[in-house]
Design a protein around this ligand. Sequence first.
Ligand code: SF4
Length: 100
Amino acid sequence: MTNLHFAVNGACQGMDSAVFFPGRGEKISDEAVKACGSCPCQAQCLDWAVQHESVGYWGGTSEKTRRAMRKHLKIRLVSPSMMAELWDREWWLDERVRAS
Ligand code: SF4
């Protein structure tokens, strides 16, 4: 999963995103748990989040749960901003190949 396109069909569309980002020490809201629990994109969202999201409640999982999953599955977190840098680099390399 390399992008967030699945999210347009997510149950969280139109909801206040703050619901999915509890503050430090705050409990995950029932609203977020309910949305993810009934979301048609939950599997894709979790796949994305395990690989790319260190903060927030995604795909029915907390930050702590995803950390444990990454450790268990030996997955390295690649943040979306790091991915953007990689995409930029790929584009730059492609341009150099085209120019040569
Ligand atoms: S699983 Fe949760 S966070 Fe992910 S798209 Fe669905 S409602 Fe949104």
